[in-house]
Design a protein around this ligand. Structure first.
Ligand code: ATP
Ligand code: MG
Length: 508
């Protein structure tokens, strides 16, 4: 072993102590314990070197600004040990590997990164050879997931710029582009982005300048290819390259702009902001499943309130949540207030380390449209469970045309809504069954939000709060009191009518 490798091993031992298992468990059985012979590479990549540690000097960094260790605030102790392990392992085997994206950005901002992403010149297949826990994910954009317990390190191979040689319609089927590494649609959307390149190309195909900073364990330096450090200092979110072209390549970048602006409290640079409204409708060509994922990222990142306020300012909000935006135009209406409260509540739950369910979020997002639909159907008449189910079908069905809602969540959303009716019906039998309902807590929390948003519910929330904190005897008295006061009213029954529209239940 050469002295450099020895030093690196020593450093690794010092860093990870006993946690570094001697035979590095993620390394495949067939891989040699030190260096792996590299595969022949594509023409544009540097010629294969002899195996050994990859050095920063071997890369063309003429277009990067190097920020030395003492000039930035990133400390290894703030980086996930697993991410460091992956960086060292790739390096030892002759590959260049960097921490990139949110991990570097958030550390530079003094925040705790949500996850750690790695960018490397090893191909997905080469990474798979090195790590037993590697899984190749995605077709449009192939990435590797390395799983360490609950932590996933995302590893991507440097991407190249690729000319739009394979052109398809926006809604080209997966089958028609099967096997292609590069494909664009006629409107400029990237359908396949799996052409490997070098670090310079890779940096410039990233979305925002703040997301294009690379951290290397070689000297613990930061590499800046797009003036990202200055933008981070100034809290500016700036798209790399021509914003309109970059949004056309991948319209989801518009949602990412909103998400990062809200999360980081950055100003969206005017040029980056300018095309957002004009291009918002491009989101309609993105798969509902991907839009559901992005929506969740936007609303469960701890900044849902700011994110939703920003969504409202842009046409993107109307594309994503058309019926919600239409039904909550008046900021003083209970529906609008409930939405804000629900987002605020989500953020505080996350801040306290509690979980949030997409079912509750969608129950809040679509509550105002549900009320609007019921009003349209019944014109003020009392609502039965059947009416509400019909209205829910229509409202959820409309939302499914843009974002999917996996069935396990849409079912729970309906249950939260149904509980709103059932929580009102306080007959002895109903109270018992409702209280045992697996979704009772979510239904009750939703009821409190409705009251807080100004819906007049005659103290129903307080009644259920008291009921929960009372012992058996007191609960009995509460039920008796209701009986005397005629609280257990029966609801009007209507014959169910059939309507063609509905939740097809085909969500991903
Ligand atoms: P987060 O804190 O949410 O993880 P992130 O910036 O790390 O933020 P990721 O979705 O984890 O976001 O992506 C990692 C990096 O990959 C980004 O920082 C960016 O450089 C690049 N990236 C991700 N999605 C895109 C995209 N649609 N277009 C261009 N670059 C992207
Ligand atoms: Mg990330």
């Amino acid at each position: 072993m050469d002295p450099e490798n020895q030093m690196l091993r020593k450093l690794t031992r010092v860093l990870f102590g006993k946690r570094t298992t001697p035979a590095a468990p993620e390394i495949s059985q067939s891989a040699p314990s030190t260096a792996v012979q590299r595969q022949p590479r594509e023409a544009e990549r540097p010629a294969a070197r002899s195996p050994g540690r990859a050095r920063l000097e071997d890369l063309d960094l003429s277009r990067a600004t190097l920020i030395e260790r003492e000039e930035h605030c990133i400390s290894r102790k703030d980086i996930s040990p697993n991410a460091l392990k992956v960086l060292y392992r790739l390096n030892e085997c002759g590959y260049h590997a960097f921490l990139v994206g949110g991990g570097v950005r958030d550390l530079l901002l003094g925040d705790t990164p949500k996850d750690f992403d790695i960018s490397t010149d090893a191909t997905p297949e080469e990474i798979k050879q090195l790590f037993r826990n590697a899984m190749i994910i995605g077709r449009r954009f192939k990435i590797i997931h390395l799983r360490y317990g609950r932590e996933i390190i995302e590893v991507t191979t440097f991407r190249a710029h690729h000319a739009p040689e394979n052109e398809f319609e926006d809604d080209a089927s997966n089958r028609s582009i099967k096997g292609l590494d590069s494909a664009h649609s006629s409107s400029g959307m990237i359908l396949r982005d799996n052409v490997w390149g070098n670090i310079n190309d890779d940096a410039l195909r990233r979305d925002f300048t703040a997301n294009a900073l690379y951290y290397t364990t070689d000297g613990f330096r930061v590499l800046d290819f797009a003036n990202g450090l200055e933008d981070i200092d100034n809290h500016v979110l700036r798209m790399i390259g021509d914003p309109a072209t970059r949004y056309r390549e991948d319209p989801v970048r518009m949602l990412r702009a909103i998400r990062f602006a809200a999360k980081l409290d950055f100003i969206i640079e005017p040029g980056t902001r300018a095309p957002l409204d004009e291009l918002a409708s491009l989101l309609e060509s993105i798969s509902p499943a991907r839009l559901f994922d992005e929506t969740l990222k936007m609303l469960t990142g701890g900044h849902a309130e700011e994110t939703f306020a920003l969504l409202r300012q842009f046409k993107i909000g109307t594309v994503l949540f058309k019926s919600t935006m239409n039904a909550t135009r008046d900021p003083e209406s209970p529906g609008s207030k409930l939405l804000v409260l629900a987002m605020r509540n989500t953020d505080s739950r996350l801040a306290e380390g509690k979980t949030v369910t997409p079912a509750f979020l969608f129950a809040a997002l679509l509550w105002a449209p549900l009320q609007q639909e019921l009003q349209r159907m019944l014109n003020g008449e009392a609502v039965t469970l059947t009416d509400q189910q019909e209205a829910a079908n229509r409202v959820i069905g409309r939302q499914l045309q843009i974002t999917s809602i996996p069935k396990r969540f849409s079912i729970a959303t309906r249950e939260i809504w149904e509980l709103q009716l059932r929580l009102e019906q306080r007959s002895r039998r109903n109270v018992e069954t409702v209280y045992q309902h697996p979704r009772f807590r979510a239904g009750y929390d939703f009821l409190l939000l409705r009251e807080e948003s100004g819906e007049s519910l005659n103290g129903l929330g307080q009644w259920w709060t008291d009921f929960q904190i009372s012992d058996k005897n007191l609960q009995e008295q509460m039920l008796e009191a209701l009986g005397k006061a005629g609280g257990a009213k029966r609801r009007r029954r209507r014959k169910p009518t059939r309507h063609p529209a509905g939740d097809s239940g085909t969500a991903a």
